[in-house]
Design a binder for this molecule. Structure first.
Ligand SMILES: *Cc1c(COP(=O)(O)O)cnc(C)c1O
Length: 365
């Protein structure tokens, strides 16, 4: 099976290799030193050089979203959420669950976020903005400058789920005035699922340390801050994914750094979009797209059937869409260990699959 999904993505051979090697007991100074070094390098890729400001959790990305809501907010806060799809909706659910007052800006799936959406929320006492910078369910990459300027003007914390934009698009946490960055191992980092990462501004670390209430025990960030100065975590981490991360960081260094990796993703992205257009496939043009995935709109064929057919018949796995969009659109990811040749093959098989599914649907009518 070849995976063109956002995650878990096709792993690189060097991350699989680590499972053959020896490993250290995690409560040792050597393991702690390795973790500290990895987190420092990862934080550089995020664009944050505040010391000891990156922690990691053994849990998927949603846990990091929830832990951020619990630890960074309290009942005196008033949050604003950009809700442009499944993941924006998830922030709304989490804030509601934890009783944090909030409002949301709800977008239609094909509607670009603009200043006109934010305008009515200026000077209304909001304290934090939550956004999934790339709303993976639609492929929209929001305008970070628009959001960052809005937060600065209104003295708001900017909390960014960067899970599906980090290491696919440019990301500069400090330069963009971001207070919290949430990342997950199985997306841009191209590692096994199981680790998530949260990076903080000094201002947010101070706020959390002053927070005397505890949303949950396992995810109490104050414990993570204390432990991370020694490269440790309060509880047993997914040790092997940390080794995978080290291998990935070494790989990124070996190819010439983050910009080279971003270019590889961009090249695959542009290649797919060019071929897709040449083959008459329709890509949304009413909003800005991330380089991580390309949504494809299906007009004459059911997208859900197509996704299933590609998987069953050709062993090619692309991302279906959920809910109302399940039969209207599917998505192709450009991250992970896939090549230009793989994309050529995918587009070829996609054409065959469209014809077959169309014929099958015609027969059923
Ligand atoms: C994948 C993803 C998540 C995390 O989902 P998990 O299944 O919990 O790892 C969160 N936000 C966005 C934008 C994502 O793409």
């Amino acid at each position: 099976m070849k995976h063109f999904i956002v995650g878990p993505v096709e792993l690189y051979p060097f991350t699989k290799e680590i499972y053959k090697n020896d490993y250290l007991y995690f409560r040792t100074e050597e393991f702690g030193t390795m973790v500290k070094d990895c987190l420092k390098r990862a934080n550089q890729l995020i664009g944050n050089n505040v010391e000891n400001s990156l922690i990691y959790l053994t849990a998927s990305g949603t846990a990091a979203m929830e832990a951020s809501v619990e630890n960074c907010m309290n009942k005196n806060d008033k949050a604003l959420v950009i809700n442009g799809g499944t993941f924006g909706h998830r922030f709304c659910e989490l804030l509601e669950y934890h009783n944090i007052p909030f409002n949301s800006i709800n977008l239609n799936w094909n509607e670009q976020l603009k200043y006109s959406h934010l305008e009515q929320f200026e000077n209304k006492g909001y304290t934090a903005l939550f956004v999934n910078l790339h709303e993976t369910s639609t492929g929209q990459l929001y305008d970070i400058k628009l959001l960052s300027d809005f937060c600065k003007r209104n003295n708001m914390f900017l909390i960014v789920d960067a899970i599906s934009t980090f290491l696919a698009d440019e990301y500069k946490m400090q330069e963009w005035g971001i207070d919290v960055t949430i990342i997950s191992s199985q997306k841009g980092f191209c590692l096994s699922p199981g680790l998530s990462f949260v990076s903080f501004s000094q201002k947010m670390i101070d706020k959390i340390n002053k927070n005397d209430f505890r949303g949950s025990m396992y995810f109490d960030f104050k414990d993570y801050f204390k432990n991370i100065t020694r490269g440790q975590t309060p509880y047993t981490p997914a040790v092997f994914i940390m080794y995978e991360l080290k291998a990935m960081l070494d790989y990124i260094d070996s190819i010439g750094g983050k910009s080279v990796l971003l270019n590889q993703v961009k090249e695959k992205c542009l290649h797919f979009r060019k071929l897709a257009k040449e083959n008459g496939l329709k890509i949304p043009d009413s909003y800005s797209l991330s380089n991580m995935i390309t949504p494809v709109i299906c007009e004459n064929v059911k997208a859900g059937e197509l996704v299933k057919h590609l998987r069953d018949k050709y062993k090619l796995c692309v991302n279906p869409c959920g809910g109302d969009m399940a039969d209207k659109m599917f998505r192709v990811s450009h991250i992970g260990n896939t090549s230009i040749d793989d994309i050529d093959d995918l587009v070829e098989k996609l054409q065959l699959a469209i014809e077959r599914v169309k014929n099958k649907e015609a027969l059923c009518k």
